[in-house]
Design a protein around this ligand. Sequence first.
Ligand SMILES: *Cc1c(COP(=O)(O)O)cnc(C)c1O
Length: 435
Amino acid sequence: MHSFHYRNGKLFCEGVSIEALVKEHGTPLYIYSHQTLADHYSKLDQALAPLDHHICFAMKSNSNLAVMRTLANLGSGFDLVSGGELRRVIAAGGDPKKCVFAGVGKTEAEIEYALRKKIYSFNVESEPELIRINKVAARLKVVAPIAVRVNPNVDAHTHAKITTGTYENKFGIQFEHVEAVYARASKLKNLWLRGIQMHIGSQLTNVAPYEEAVNKMLGLVKKLSAKYKFEFFSIGGGIGIVYNPALASGSKEWWSTPQGKKIMTPATYAAKLIPLLKPLGLKILIEPGRFIVGNAGILVTRVEFVKKTGKKNFVVVDAGMNDLIRPTLYESYHEIVPLREARKGAALISSDVVGPVCESSDYFCKDRPLPKVGEGDYLALLSAGAYGFVMATTYNARQLAAEVMVNGKTASVVRERQPYPEIWAGEKIPAWLKK
Ligand SMILES: *Cc1c(COP(=O)(O)O)cnc(C)c1O
C-alpha cells in the first residue's frame, strides 16, 4: 500500500500534484509520503502487538532527518551502522537509548561515542570486536550492553548482494561458535550480555527463511538466555516489498515471488513468527528498513531527449545512477510511470531509460515497454524510498537531489538541492600549486 496514485490522469502523492512539485522544486526530485511511512510502521507495530517488541528502523535505508523524525515520533528506535548515523539520530530528535549499533568495523571512537550516548545494544560481529568494546567500556568505567550477531547459515533466497545469513558473508558469528563466544564474553568485566541477534538478508518476500532461522536459533536462545538473563532477541530486518506489481509468475526477475505465492505481509510474518517467539518471554526487536520506507518514496525525473538508434529507443532523463544506483548495483526493478497517465490502450514502445552520467551502467531499465514520452515530460521511478537517496553521490559533479515530504495537502522540502559550491566544499588547492 502506498499513497502515489493517479487522480484525473495526474500522478499525486497524497493530496499533492507531483507536477506542481516538480515545477516548484525542479528535478531530479525525491518525494516521500508521510502517510505511507506512518502506515507501514503501524502495520508492523500492530502485527507484533502480541509480543513485547520494539522496532528499530534500519536507518541506512533512508536517513533523511524528516523521515527519521516521522518514525521517532511514532516511537521507533534505530538500527545504525556508524558513529555518523548515531549523530544523525540525535540530529533527527531520535533517542539513542532505543538504538542498536551493527556493523563489522566499529572503531574505538565510534564505540566510545555510542557508550557516552547510552545506546541500547551493540550487535557484535566478531570476537576482536567484543574485546575492543570491553576495553573502551573499561576506560570509560561503564558496562557496555552487547548482543552477539549470530550467522544462522540460512539461505534467504534473495539477491547475492543483499544476502547476509550464510557463511559466505562477512556478517555475524558462525552458529556453532556462538555458545563459546558468549562464554568468553561473560568473563569480560565491562560487558553486559543483554541479548542475541540475527539478520539473514534483505528483500525477503517469503516468511519461510525467517521461520527456518528462528527455529534454528530457538534452542540456543533459550539455553543462553537462561544462563545470561537476556533481555532481548533481535530477529533483524529484511522484510521485502513489491517492486513490480505485475509480478508475472515465471518471471526471471529475482524479486518476483514463486508462482502462485503471495508476497509476505506483516500479518503473515507475525502469524508464523509470534508462536515461535512468544514462549521465549524475551523482548523481540526487529530492524526493518526497506519495508517501512521503500514504497513511501519516488524519484521524479525529466525527459531531456529521446534518442533512437538502429536497435534502441533511449529515453535520456536528468536523473542518473548517482541519484539512484539500485538498478546498476543490484539489477533491481523500479516501476517507471509518466506523471500524466497514458491513455488506455496507447501503444507501448520498448525503451531504455538512461541517465546523463558517463557510464554504460547508468540506466534505470532496458527494453521495457513504456508509453511514448518526449522532451519535457516527466517520469516517476516508484519504490525508490529505500536505498535510494542514501546511496547518492556527486559523481560527474552532479548535485545531490532535493527531497520533499508530503503530508496530506502539505509538501515540505526536507532537503534542499545541493548548491554547486558544496560539491567541492572542503577541497583545497595547496599554496604550492597556486601561481
Ligand atoms: C540492512 C540491515 C537491516 C535492514 O534491512 P532491510 O532489508 O532494509 O529491512 C537490518 N538489520 C541489519 C543488521 C542490516 O544490516
